[in-house]
Design a protein around this ligand. Sequence first.
Ligand SMILES: [Zn+2]
Length: 107
Amino acid sequence: MSKIARKKQKNLIKEIVTQRMWRLFELAKKEHAEHPDRSERYVQLIRNISMRNRTSIPREIKSRICKYCYAFLVPGKNARYRLKEGYIIISCQRCGKEMRYPYKKLK
Ligand SMILES: [Zn+2]
């Protein structure tokens, strides 16, 4: 395979992997109200896929997963979102830890 073809294939895999993560994320969102344990399972799957394919989790999804205990975060339910000096500060109410992400990069 030529170098370009290989690169193309890599991009394609990345695209498919990212799509799959979004689909799992949507499922996690949908299930959270009634089956929070299922959401956790989806979060686990997203992380596994990301690690196995060395593809980073889209920022929008990442900001909904606790970096420390991997809880699926729902604003106003088990997480608090605050804005401060260009950062979004997310507190996970399960483990009590805080994460911060630059606000501008979040859609
Ligand atoms: Zn947590």
